[in-house]
Design a protein around this ligand. Structure first.
Ligand code: HEC
Length: 156
């Protein structure tokens, strides 16, 4: 009786673990498939690195949160965004969002975009480097000049 109970428990445990693994497998987003979607459908407006393009009113998408992107794509499809008559940018995006109506396509393209580095944070990282380079460029010749004068000053 006890052995039977234990067997039941083990079977239950194994089947639970398997079902969790299977559901994780089916719901996980696929950024590689998302890259494919991006490069065929989105790149023209949002840019090669999803850095955005002011000329067409398309914002940067690189590094944006995955859930937020999924929600916006759904919002365009449901008419919460891009439905206003004078919202020409929104209308353009709404027309494209129809192409990613499938929730798994939305999840995949969003996962790909979230995996990209945020271009503005990259810019912020390089700013101190630029300042350091400028300071070194200005100070180095001045220091060299002072050093050149040193022996003369000591000899006097
Ligand atoms: C014809 C040009 C065009 C194409 C192609 C395009 N977009 Fe857009 N996208 C825009 C414009 C313009 C906006 C700004 C819309 C607005 O102001 O509501 C936008 C906005 C968005 C937003 C909202 C961003 C935010 O911060 O709220 C998302 C998400 C988005 N696009 C994803 C995509 C994806 C994914 C694709 C490819 C399936 C795509 N776009 C293709 C022009 C385009």
């Amino acid at each position: 009786m006890i052995i039977l109970k234990q067997r039941c428990r083990t079977t239950f445990l194994i089947s639970s673990i398997l079902s969790i693994l299977i559901s994780a497998e089916t719901t996980a987003s696929d950024p590689i498939a998302g890259k494919e979607i991006y490069n065929t459908t989105c790149v023209a407006c949002h840019g090669a690195k999803a850095e955005g393009n002011d000329a067409v009113g398309a914002p940067a998408l690189a590094g944006q949160h995955e859930n937020y992107l999924v929600r916006q794509l759904a919002n365009y499809n449901q008419g919460f965004r891009g439905a206003g008559k004078s919202d020409s940018f929104g209308q353009q995006m709404a027309a494209i969002a129809v192409l990613v109506k499938d929730p798994s396509a939305q999840a995949n393209v969003s996962a790909y975009l979230a995996s990209l580095g945020n271009p503005s944070s990259q810019l912020r990282l390089t700013k101190p480097a630029v300042v350091t380079t400028l300071v070194i460029r200005l100070i180095k010749p001045a220091a060299a000049h002072v050093m050149a004068l040193m022996p003369a000053a000591i000899n006097v």
